[in-house]
Design a binder for this molecule. Sequence first.
Ligand code: HEM
Length: 106
Amino acid sequence: MKRGLLLGAKPTYEAMYLFVEYFPFSIFLVVPVFPAIAGSAIAQGPKGEHLDLVINGVAGSAMQAFGRQLDPAQLASVVHYQRNAFGNDVGDMTQPQDVINISNGQ
Ligand code: HEM
């Protein structure tokens, strides 16, 4: 029994050792910092909420507000792409006018 525990502990210890040794890199393996766009509820949900998130960002996260960095045509393009690529297949169209409407609070 004791021997069995020790045999089980060795790989765990070695894994922990490697984890600590390579901490800056290993943290990216265990923390899903960037949520997947494939299958994302946002990218497959209401277009207005998707646009709102990309235009205004997510406070307190690495997801910045792109509303002032990209023009309406660029914003419409990336949102359209996220909704209809990566296996997502919403099948709708996102136009620059949609971006302008959301930016104006409509
Ligand atoms: C124009 C480029 C980008 C678009 C269109 C975009 C779009 C999105 C979308 C739709 C989500 C929600 C996903 C979900 O929760 O299902 C999201 C979340 C996130 N994005 Fe981006 N993204 C862009 C660029 C970036 C960049 C450059 C970074 C980091 C350097 C980033 C970091 C994040 C993070 C950390 C989240 C999770 C926010 C949270 O809910 O805590 N994104 N992004």
